[in-house]
Write a protein that binds this ligand. Structure first.
Ligand SMILES: *Cc1c(COP(=O)(O)O)cnc(C)c1O
Length: 431
């Protein structure tokens, strides 16, 4: 595989950009080696600066449910550009996208557009605090909610009940307000609430975790959270930045049949442009400025280009509900191919999948939370990743990410991927 230009650009990038990238996981640090610089994408594939072709399974980390650069999104963008790219005034597009989101996501009655998933979750917890007039939040180990200070916290060791920052620059005082529960473990949540009676404003969760690999929540766990939140006047926030419009038209909440109080969205709703949103119950959302006292703002929020691309995608999904059946069929086909390959090497590796997001862990233990996810042999994952890359299949350059299937992945792509995986696994586990 020729990577001359990618290597050249990465060396250049390192001179001007911290770590050579604008978001850490792109740098291939956890799989070793240098990142590939991509030049263009179309459908299920993208192409690097050295003209190598890859079947892409990251889909820009989630947004490209319909593959790269669909014609109808391009057309929506061209039309928007003709009219001007930003006004800083209300536009009809914003009303349209709000209506579609409310129509599709069961629990959302009002919605505010922002520019990233991070902004959405950060604003949602401020709103939950404003609504409940309480300070603390509960999050779960292994869930990712963007890079706001409040979320860069992990559990303290041993008997310590206080969280500790996972990043330099996050203050101890911030970490005091973030309590950490274990995913799929209701007792840890009950204990935290008991110890912090009347201080917990919100529980935030990825109802289908996609940032420790793919780890779905048990329905009983999600139901339990709903009950606890009702009893204790806690705002339940589903972070559906990844699962929203990915696992179903109405996200994970539609699959579970459970309504959170607030939902955060991103990724797919921007059609590949920088967008996020948070929404939920009217009585809570009406506290957001200017209708209420919880401040939130954005110069480029509701940007016409982003709204046009997002609206095009959401309208498409609304008018073509068959998309989710197609995705399920391709995804189960791929997953079954992977599982057959595992049988050949006599490994019973943990394999989690919800619709078109899936993840294989290099451990035979069942993966149900962060602790079990960490059992995966990440060194082997690194080898696996590079073997696949050499064969023209681009998986996430980290064990703890999902791979995503789009409607653009053809049977030929999937067969090629299954064959490549078979070869990669036998190369790694050869006798
Ligand atoms: C990607 C992601 C975020 C952060 O979104 P950004 O747009 O990267 O800020 C938050 N929560 C979840 C569940 C995500 O997958």
């Amino acid at each position: 595989m020729n990577t001359t230009l990618s290597t050249y650009f990465f060396n250049e990038a390192n001179r001007y950009i911290p770590g050579g990238v604008n978001s850490p996981v792109r740098a291939f640090k956890s799989v070793a080696g240098n990142p590939i610089f991509i030049e263009r994408g179309l459908g299920s594939k993208f192409y690097d600066v050295d003209k190598n072709e890859y079947i892409d399974y990251i889909g820009s980390w989630g947004p490209h449910l319909l593959g790269h650069n669909p014609q109808f999104i391009k057309e929506a963008l061209f039309e928007a550009v003709e009219n001007g790219v930003s006004f800083g005034t209300p536009t009809e597009l914003e009303v349209k996208i709000a209506k579609v989101i409310i129509d599709m996501v069961p629990s959302i009655e009002k919605v505010r557009m922002v520019n990233s998933g991070t902004e959405a979750t950060m604003s949602a917890i401020r709103l939950a605090r404003g609504f409940t007039k309480k300070d603390k939040i509960i999050k779960f180990e292994g869930c990712y909610h963007g890079h706001a200070d409040s979320f860069l916290i992990k559990a303290g060791s041993g008997a310590l009940t206080l969280g500790v920052p996972t990043s330099h620059g996050v203050t101890i005082n911030t970490s005091k307000d973030t309590l950490i529960g274990d995913y799929n473990n209701l007792n840890t949540v009950k204990n935290l609430i008991l110890k912090n009676k009347d201080h917990v404003a919100a529980i935030i969760i990825e109802p289908i975790a996609g940032n420790m690999g793919v780890v779905p929540a048990d329905k009983s766990f999600i139901k339990g959270l709903r009950t606890i939140c009702d009893e204790e006047d806690i705002v339940l926030i589903f972070d559906e930045v990844m699962s929203g419009f990915r696992v179903a038209k109405g996200g994970a909440q539609e699959l579970f049949g459970i309504k959170p109080d607030l939902t955060t969205l991103g990724k797919i709703i921007g059609g590949g442009l920088p967008v996020g949103a948070f929404g939920g119950k009217k009585e809570i959302m009406d506290l957001v400025a200017p209708s209420g006292p919880v401040y939130q703002a954005g110069t480029l929020s509701g940007n016409p280009l982003a709204m046009s691309a997002g609206l095009a995608v959401l309208n498409y999904l609304k008018e073509n509900p068959g998309v989710y059946k197609t995705l399920e069929e391709s995804s189960s086909y791929l997953a079954n191919g992977f599982k057959d390959n595992l049988k050949k090497i006599k490994k019973n590796f943990a394999f989690n999948r919800v619709g078109s997001m899936m993840c294989m862990f290099f451990t035979e233990e069942k993966v149900t939370d962060f602790k079990t996810a960490l059992k995966s042999d990440t060194l082997v994952y690194g080898r696996y990743f590079h073997e696949m890359l050499k064969k023209g299949v681009y998986f996430a350059p980290s064990q703890f990410e999902a791979i995503f299937i789009s409607t653009a992945h053809t049977k030929e792509d999937l067969d090629k991927t299954i064959k490549a995986q078979d070869e990669a696994l036998s190369a790694i586990y050869k006798k």
